[in-house]
Design a binder for this molecule. Structure first.
Ligand SMILES: [Zn+2]
Length: 119
């Protein structure tokens, strides 16, 4: 799902996006001219690879996301939240979820078998 930046107002808008095995549910609201606040929960499951034996397995996902979505390149510096930039004037939620998925994939995962093997 995509939402145009110019259509996001100062009243909170509820969003629910389902993509593969994950659901993003929360609110977006305009922050300033270029920024939109996203406050949402990402829940579901995803497949990851074991770092030790490379076996694929499924993990549960439950993440609270606080992000600033920027309409184009963001030049300021924000301390309180990560900024995600979009370049075509709209928020692409599938893309956002894919990048969250990618960063979770890069975390250190061990399958149950390897976890129980004490070395
Ligand atoms: Zn393993």
């Amino acid at each position: 799902m995509k939402i145009e930046f110019k259509k996001v107002g100062f009243n909170q808008k509820e969003i629910t996006i389902n993509d593969k095995n994950l659901q993003l549910k929360g609110n977006i609201v305009r922050d300033d001219k270029k920024l939109v606040d996203l406050d949402a929960r990402l829940q579901g499951t995803m497949e990851v690879e074991c770092r030790r034996c490379a076996k694929a397995f499924t993990i549960p996902v439950d993440e609270q996301l606080h992000l600033k979505l920027s309409d184009g390149i963001y030049r300021g510096a924000l301390e309180e939240a990560d900024v995600v930039e979009f370049y075509d004037g709209s928020i692409n939620f599938e893309e956002l979820m894919e990048s969250e998925r990618e960063s979770m994939r890069l975390d250190y995962h061990l399958c149950d078998e390897c976890k129980n093997k004490k070395e």
